[in-house]
Design a protein around this ligand. Structure first.
Ligand code: 5GP
Ligand code: ZN
Length: 112
């Protein structure tokens, strides 16, 4: 998608420091972090939201990458949260599937 900001980040059109990258996934720090660690993990392929996923392997790819990033960043000791906002009421603001990886403080529950 030519006008999608996360596609531009994934394909290098917008230069970013990836905290992780492989053939299918890119991960980078959120521009407006909500916790000391706030990483966005995205499929490189444009998928508008979790509701639009058709190939179920997207889930294993995304989740395995997020868990690996968390382990590599040493987050598994104190814990972390993975969040996928979907649609308007879910609080999704960027229409390209992304997983939030949050850590580094006690995270409240329930979310606002
Ligand atoms: P959502 O609200 O869709 O679940 O999450 C979108 C996230 O993307 C927000 O946390 C927002 O701060 C982040 N974001 C939006 N635009 C950019 C950008 O250009 N670069 C980065 N690194 N993060 C962005
Ligand atoms: Zn996109």
């Amino acid at each position: 998608m030519s006008d999608c900001i996360f596609c531009k980040i994934a394909n290098g059109e917008i230069p970013s420091n990836f905290v992780y990258e492989d053939e299918n996934v890119a991960a980078f720090r959120d521009v407006n972090p909500q916790a000391p660690v706030h990483v966005l993990v995205i499929p490189k392929k444009h998928i508008a939201s979790s509701a639009e996923v058709q190939d179920s392997s997207v889930w294993s790819t995304l989740m395995n990458a997020a868990v690996k990033i968390a382990r590599d960043m040493g987050l598994d000791k104190d814990g972390y949260r993975m969040v996928i906002n979907t649609g308007e009421q879910g609080g999704q603001s960027v229409p390209h599937l992304h997983l939030h990886l949050l850590a580094g403080r006690n995270l409240g529950w329930p979310p606002g």
